[in-house]
Design a protein around this ligand. Sequence first.
Ligand SMILES: Cc1cc2nc3c(=O)[nH]c(=O)nc-3n(C[C@H](O)[C@H](O)[C@H](O)COP(=O)(O)OP(=O)(O)OC[C@H]3O[C@@H](n4cnc5c(N)ncnc54)[C@H](O)[C@@H]3O)c2cc1C
Length: 372
Amino acid sequence: MPVDVQVVGGGVIGLSCAWDLSRNGHGVRVVAPLAGHDGASWVAAGMLAPVTEAQFGESALTDLLVEGARRWPPFARALEESAGRSVGYETAGTVAVALDASDRASLDDLLAYQRALGLEAVRRGPSECRDLVPALSPAVRGGIEVPGDHAVDNRALLTALVQSCRLAGVEFVAGTVRALEPGPVIALHDGRRLGSAHVLLAAGTGLPGIAGLEGAGLPDIRPVKGHIVRLGPPEAARGGGVPLVGRTVRGLVRGRSVYLVPRRDGSLVVGATVEERVDTAVQAGAVHELLCDARAIVPGIDELSLLETSTGFRPATPDNMPRIGWTALDGVAVATGHYRNGILLAPLTAAAVVDLIDRRPVPPAVRALAPA
Ligand SMILES: Cc1cc2nc3c(=O)[nH]c(=O)nc-3n(C[C@H](O)[C@H](O)[C@H](O)COP(=O)(O)OP(=O)(O)OC[C@H]3O[C@@H](n4cnc5c(N)ncnc54)[C@H](O)[C@@H]3O)c2cc1C
């Protein structure tokens, strides 16, 4: 099929859009250096957490996240069916716990805010929390149970997306886009120039590095660094081990946030720092802080192996809302700026991009997100 849409970027946003476009009858080409194996999407924890991500003063974003979460079950089912493999979609829910009295007070404030927004969250005492997650420390002062905050294995998701794209006939070009030219034509660093009726810019924090976007009406995209740690059972038990916790645990530990997200292979993702800095270094201090906070609420992590420490960059806009829509350049659309919730928002973003390319109205939740 001739290519009518070129997608710049092979993270969760670019790949979800590419797959959805191809299963809706479009000829799609993805241009990225390492599609499905890099970017924030590879590093992320994979929480699908509209409730525990709700922040004071961001009710518009929360509404968007709730709609994003609503799209996940059918998306996961269709993707698993098409790829013939699991994406590790977990619906056991989330428990957010507090370590000391002041953390408990902060969680109670957050609970009141969540309830005021109509979100489902239930206050739980210390022993109720331990019934839900037996591995919790006896020091935990109670918390909140959030049944609707789910999780997905982001790496299994990316693998399934690449596979489904290939099966649907999506063409992959390994390369980095240097510039966008009128046409629209994308110019690669190696000199290749590729044209198509439409281009979708989904390059995450790589977007500002692409020339020719002056006048497109795009916001500044800033990278927000996150350290993350992956732990696992000792080598002998790896691959089928029972995770230390059976659901996502989020903690407030003397005012600092930490989370532990279990995977089906027995491993545990511990994250994440939120830092306004651009260096890629994995810093000992950040890893130390994450592990200290995680072991304060789940001491059993001491017995696990350290599998990986990494950093990633969340693509953020000045107002922390994504941008999804047509730019001011002919035939050029954008889907980026998903900041802390790109995995959660991928199915909704993909559906909106299909609507855009097919010249239909986008879902109401996304209407206000078009670039200025
Ligand atoms: C530590 C951490 C934890 C997170 N946890 C969660 C979570 O639990 N839940 C959640 O929903 N979100 C989470 N996020 C946020 C989420 O990862 C991002 O919002 C999401 O991955 C953004 O996806 P993306 O495809 O826009 O960008 P990316 O995944 O960064 O992908 C960008 C792609 O564009 C490519 N690219 C860049 N420049 C160019 C160029 N010039 N030419 C061609 N290709 C280019 C890159 O190579 C890459 O393939 C987390 C992020 C971090 C860093």
